[in-house]
Every structure is written in C-alpha cells, then in structure tokens.
Design a binder for this molecule. Structure first.
Ligand SMILES: Cc1cc2nc3c(=O)[nH]c(=O)nc-3n(C[C@H](O)[C@H](O)[C@H](O)COP(=O)(O)O)c2cc1C
Ligand SMILES: Nc1ncnc2c1ncn2[C@@H]1O[C@H](COP(=O)(O)OP(=O)(O)OP(=O)(O)O)[C@@H](O)[C@H]1O
Length: 266
C-alpha cells in the first residue's frame, strides 16, 4: 500500500501521478464494522472493475480544526495504525488530505472536481451519512450531481447493532463510560492502545475512564491477561503485573471490574 500526504500545495503534482481507481471516503477513526462495510464494498467494486482501491481520509479531525483547536478529539487510533489495518484490508492507495480551514471552505463540487475526480477516482463508495464540502453541505445524494457524469457512486446502508448506528462517536462514549466489554460488537475485537514504558500512552489513543479493568497485554508476542487500574487519561497503575522496561506493548481492554469483583480477583 502506498500512503500519500496531500495538501493544497502538492495537489497538482499528485493529480498527474495516480491511476484511475475506486475510492472509499470518510474519516475512518477506529475502523469499526461500519467503516469496514464501506471499504469492503469499495474493494468488491474495485475487483469487478479491475481498478486499484483507494481510501481517502483527513488529518487532523475536522472537528478539531473547525473549533480552532478548542474541541479536543479523543482519537481512537493514530494514522500508523489506520495505515496498517487498511493495508491488511487490501487497500492499494491511502490518501491523507491535510484538513485546514481553507480546505474546509471548499464547496462540495470543488472538492469532488479537484480532490476526487482530479486525483483519478472514477467510482466513489461511502456510507449513507457521508458529508463533504463547506459546512458539510454535500452528502451521499449530491455525489452524482457533483461528479458531472464522470463518477459512479455506491452508497453503503447503515450498519447497526441493536438498532443503533455503529460509529466512532459511540465507541468514544463507551470508553468514557468504561463499557469496554461492548466495544468488540462494534469493531470486531477489543479496543487496544499502544503503551511504551518511557512515554506511556502513545498519541492518538484514548484510555477508558478511570477504573479497574481486566485487560490483555501483548509484548514481544507474549500475551498476559491481567488486572490494570486506569488512573486518569494518561496513567495506568500496573500493580504487580510485570511490565518490560524497554519494550512497547499493546493493551486490550476486556471489561471493567466492579470494586467487589476486583477485590475477589486481586
Ligand atoms: C472539502 C471538505 C470541506 C468540509 N467542510 C466542513 C465544514 O465546513 N464543516 C464541517 O462541519 N465539516 C466539514 N467537512 C467535514 C465533513 O462534513 C465530514 O466530516 C468529513 O468529510 C468526514 O466524513 P465522515 O464524517 O462521513 O467520515 C468538510 C469535508 C470536506 C471533504
Ligand atoms: N455504521 C455505519 N454504517 C454504514 N456506513 C458507515 C457507518 N459508520 C460510518 N460509515 C461511513 O464510513 C465513512 C467514514 O465515516 P466516519 O469516519 O464519519 O465514521 P463515524 O463512525 O460516523 O464517525 P463519527 O461518529 O465521528 O461521526 C463514511 O462514508 C460514513 O458514511
């Protein structure tokens, strides 16, 4: 998979470099089941048309840019993890467009002409609630019109669990409520963060709310299931769990323990 960092300054250079492709559009934080449904649909279309598969995302998150940094977004995964997971899903090109206030003010049709058609997409796949362009005024039903006959469009229906849309927002809510045991229903596996002994939580991950959790730690392919206490949004008390001093590790959050259960198991 090739990753491209695109902005207004290098856009023209990229426009002449990328072959025609099928593109999936969205921010895709956490790569949950709704996102995978969009990307796998795009993969199917790309296969049928014999074209490469592209995913276009943005960075930083539109909400943090549009609030002038006042709104802190609790990112679920950093770009490197998104990159790794997209490569595993079979994506050929990963376009990361720099989200700036100037970019946010592009009219929806301009975005489609310059960044979608202009970069070589001939078929767009997005979810039913995808929005784009100034004030998010473009949506799934305006894509055909803004494509001016040059763009095929596939809209993916809502993926829901118990009637509720699977979303990055919902996962952030579950983390803030300590409800980590529900998250596998949304992303297909427990929510994981990367932790390194020197710097602690790596950037663009979010810890569940303070409390005691059953978790697995994977370090150098050795998996340990243990009890951990989250103290605040950056600190974990590892208790008696052995933590290597020179290795980073992956911590997967399995379930929050009530105080009684914690006392019984510790
Ligand atoms: C060119 C462009 C301009 C945008 N401008 C705005 C904006 O002014 N206000 C806003 O809330 N979101 C804006 N967005 C963000 C989108 O509404 C949307 O959040 C983003 O495209 C990610 O889509 P998703 O949330 O469906 O993944 C813009 C997006 C694009 C591509
Ligand atoms: N549950 C879902 N079912 C179908 N499509 C989805 C679903 N969730 C997101 N999508 C689509 O995936 C792409 C990326 O969406 P986006 O990054 O906005 O995810 P989100 O989970 O809705 O995020 P947030 O909760 O922050 O709004 C968009 O095309 C969007 O329409």
């Amino acid at each position: 998979m090739e990753t491209m960092f695109i902005n207004s300054k290098n856009l023209i250079a990229w426009q002449s470099k990328i072959p025609n492709h099928v593109i999936a559009l969205g921010f895709f934080d956490g790569l949950h089941k709704g996102h995978k449904s969009v990307i796998l649909e795009a993969k199917k279309v790309a296969h049928e048309k014999g074209l490469p598969l592209t995913v276009m995302s943005f960075f930083p998150h539109p909400k943090s840019v549009l609030s002038n940094g006042k709104m802190e977004v609790d990112y679920l995964i950093p770009l490197e993890e998104k990159q790794k997971q997209l490569a595993t899903l079979g994506v050929n090109y990963f376009m990361i467009v720099e989200f700036t206030l100037d970019f946010a003010s592009l009219l929806p049709e301009q975005f489609i002409q310059d960044y979608v058609l202009g970069l070589g997409a001939t078929h767009v796949v997005c979810g039913y609630d995808y929005t784009y362009g100034k004030q998010g005024s473009g949506n799934a039903s305006t894509l055909i019109e803004h494509g001016k006959g040059m763009l095929d469009v596939t809209i993916v229906p809502k993926v829901a669990i118990c009637g509720e849309k699977v979303s990055s927002t919902r996962i952030r809510e579950l983390l803030s409520q300590g409800e980590v045991s529900i998250i596998p229903q949304l992303i297909g596996k427990p929510y994981s963060v990367r932790w390194c002994p020197v710097n602690g939580l790596l950037p663009y991950y979010t810890l569940p709310r303070p409390g005691r959790y059953e978790a697995t730690i994977v370090s150098k392919s050795v998996t340990t299931t243990t009890l951990l206490q989250v103290l605040n949004n950056a600190q974990i008390d590892f208790g008696s769990t052995f933590v290597p001093t020179n290795e980073s590790m992956t911590i997967s959050w399995l379930r929050e323990l009530s105080d009684e259960k914690y006392r019984a198991t510790s």
